[in-house]
Design a protein around this ligand. Structure first.
Ligand SMILES: [Zn+2]
Length: 307
């Protein structure tokens, strides 16, 4: 089964540890991607504001690292930006995304800069308040919406053709994106809050609104977001998929593994083991066509609608 994964933190690890994408001990390397039938991958440039005073510069260095890795492995993977590149490249397509809108440092020109560097999606916040809005990790932020700069960012991302990613964003910020975005939006790595009650997951109303907007949510393999335990199990991923399917249908479900951003015990221990999930979804009664939508077709549909 081909795969398009909406979220991984592999570049952060490579950038921090001076390791490489070709072969490593992480969840994602070139061989594991090949074994997982990867068609394309969003590589998040995750910038932790606690570890840098210069997020714009750090993010650029991470993109340098991404580009370097693409060059080193060009027989297998190629940097891309568009739906057409993903479907036409014979190699896997790597797409740069950003996780932490503070890298813009409050300047809309920096958004254009990152667009020119190939960035096609931004997770507007991580777990800190920034110039755009508030995260969903604190109750006091839950109902807070986007800030004026956040509204400006939404508009400019729509105009440029960049995917707005609401994973980590406050519920109030989510609803502002639904209201103001003229294009589909995504929650790149979030599950269902009705199944596991954590603020990183989406409520039923949010899932339905995301679907009505034409967007998708990527299933996150982090145990804490699946069932609150320390071990990430395939049956719990299926439980979230089944719940979302029964609530909102197939078209809103995608993959957002969070590989290399999550720890603990993982039954799907790296990208080469994605077939465990394919099998479990078949066992649960999902058709091949439905599994294709979950694994890559829904994500590609959203990317195609970006233009
Ligand atoms: Zn994240």
């Amino acid at each position: 089964m081909k795969l398009f994964d909406l979220h991984c933190d592999t570049i952060l690890r490579i950038y921090g540890d001076k390791t490489e994408l070709k072969k490593n001990d992480y969840h994602i390397d070139i061989d594991k991607m090949k074994q997982g039938h990867s068609l394309g991958q969003f590589f998040a440039m995750f910038v932790d504001l606690k570890s840098t005073q210069t997020p714009f510069k750090t993010c650029n260095e991470m993109i340098d690292c991404f580009e370097h890795e693409m060059n080193l492995n060009k027989e297998a993977i190629k940097a891309g930006k568009t739906y057409h590149e993903i479907v036409n490249n014979k190699e896997i397509t790597g797409i740069v995304t950003i996780e932490e809108g503070a890298v813009l440092e409050g300047k809309i020109d920096n958004l254009d800069h990152f667009y020119k560097r190939g960035v096609r999606s931004i997770t507007l916040t991580w777990n800190y308040e920034n110039e755009i809005g508030y995260p969903n990790c604190k109750d006091e932020f839950r109902d807070k919406g986007l800030k004026p700069f956040g509204l400006e960012v939404v508009k400019r991302m729509n105009d440029l053709g960049m995917l707005i990613d609401v994973s980590h964003l406050s519920d109030g910020g989510f609803w502002d994106c639904i209201k103001h975005s003229t294009k589909p939006i995504i929650a790149s790595h979030s599950n269902a809050r009705a199944v596991q009650d954590v603020s990183r997951n989406l409520t039923d109303d949010m899932i339905l609104a995301l679907r009505d907007k034409g967007g998708v949510m990527g299933m996150n393999f982090c145990a804490y977001f699946l069932d609150g335990s320390k071990a990430s199990k395939v049956k719990d991923i299926v439980r979230h998929v089944r719940y979302i399917y029964d609530l909102a249908g197939i078209d809103v479900i995608a993959m957002g593994t969070d590989f290399d951003g999550i720890g603990g015990e993982l039954e799907i221990s790296d990208m080469s083991k994605m077939n465990l999930l394919v099998e479990a979804l078949r066992q649960d009664g999902f058709t091949e066509e439905e599994i294709e939508k979950i694994f890559y077709k829904n994500a590609l549909r959203v990317l195609e609608a970006l233009k």
